[in-house]
Design a protein around this ligand. Structure first.
Ligand SMILES: Nc1ncnc2c1ncn2[C@@H]1O[C@H](COP(=O)(O)OP(=O)(O)O)[C@@H](O)[C@H]1O
Ligand SMILES: CC(C)(COP(=O)(O)O)[C@@H](O)C(=O)NCCC(=O)O
Ligand SMILES: [K+]
Length: 295
């Protein structure tokens, strides 16, 4: 794991109070399928009195794309041009304060190197660690829990009434419990939609790979499945939605069900209405912005 502070940290960022600097806050959630880049900035010049800020912008970039690092750098470079234009500054006055949450070291490290190289004196990159999580963690090995699970739980707790069941549907599906007192109590981990369909195709001669994006479901498919693809989609969605429903009972008691992750939309529509699932897209990336606002 790269050390927490990137080389650029030796280069002091422009002092934010310096009137011609626009500081852009960037949260990057590095998962096992995609990175989620969320950006937000506040004008720091004379308009600061009006506290002019922009709502967070989000971009998801698939790690399957060989150009994913370049696309992330270009995304931030384009943003710098937009920010500079709207603040009538030159690009050199745009600085980035970046917080990275990673459960995928093999991807996070080259990304941080590329960002430091691309924005050398105008970037500060810090990895979020368990020390940054304020939520109490009551599990056997707290330091081993994925930082994405903890940040998602913390962000959900800030936004919804506990007890909470926080589901993050991505590469894997995590289903975590937060007590009424706001304590992270652990949860369950199961294969995500794409992982399951990839396993079906890899483990058999006849089953095809499914592209969930092209089959993006907005409701649970009819059962029983009348063809191979329908049977696969039904089976995988039922296994994930069924697991969530079963875990709601196992965790016991009434809890607010919060669903995040790239496949949240698919899962929310596959769950019964009585689950009252609340969809919170990209909760982990939002948690990173929350951290920076409380820096
Ligand atoms: N840009 C994207 N790249 C990859 N997957 C995406 C993208 N947008 C939506 N998805 C869907 O989201 C899922 C990945 O969810 P995500 O929460 O990003 O995973 P992780 O956090 O495990 O990397 C994919 O399986 C796919 O169905
Ligand atoms: C469970 C996870 C793989 C989920 O990652 P994701 O599906 O978001 O890519 C990640 O949270 C992780 O690596 N956790 C470490 C082990 C644990 O949480 O117990
Ligand atoms: K995730």
């Amino acid at each position: 794991m790269a050390d927490e502070q990137s080389p650029a940290n030796e280069q002091q960022l422009h002092d934010e109070s310096h009137c011609d600097v626009v500081m852009v806050r960037v949260g990057i959630d590095v998962g096992n399928t995609a990175i989620k880049v969320v950006t937000e900035f506040s004008a720091t010049d004379e308009t600061v009195q009006r506290n002019k800020t922009r709502g967070p912008q989000l971009r998801s970039i698939s790690l399957r794309d060989p150009e994913w690092i370049t696309k992330c750098v270009e995304h931030l470079q384009t943003l710098a041009e937009q920010v500079a234009a709207c603040e009538s500054r030159d690009c050199e006055s745009v600085c980035y304060d970046v917080r990275v949450a990673s459960v995928n070291r093999g991807s996070a490290e080259p990304l941080v190197v590329a960002l430091d190289e691309a924005f050398f004196q105008c970037i500060r990159v810090r990895f979020v660690t368990h020390e940054d999580v304020s939520m109490p963690i009551d599990v056997n090995f707290p330091e081993r829990v994925g930082i994405d699970r903890l940040l998602g739980a913390e962000a959900a707790f800030r936004r919804h009434t506990a007890p909470l069941i926080v589901v993050d549907a991505g590469t894997t599906v995590t289903v975590d419990f937060v007590s009424a007192e706001g304590v992270f109590r652990g949860g369950a981990i199961l294969p995500g939609l794409e992982m399951q369909t990839a396993a079906l195709a890899a483990g058999t001669d006849a089953l095809p790979k499914l592209d969930w994006a092209s089959h993006r479901c907005r409701e649970m498919p009819e059962g029983p499945g009348r063809d191979t693809v329908a049977a696969m989609r039904l089976g995988v969605l039922a296994s994930v939605a069924g697991a969530v429903e079963r875990l709601l009972r196992i965790y016991g008691g009434a809890a607010t069900l919060v669903v995040t992750g790239g496949d949240a939309g698919c899962l929310v529509d596959a769950l019964p209405a009585e689950c009252d699932a609340v969809e919170e897209p990209h909760l982990v990336a939002q948690a990173l912005l929350d951290l920076m606002l409380h820096d």
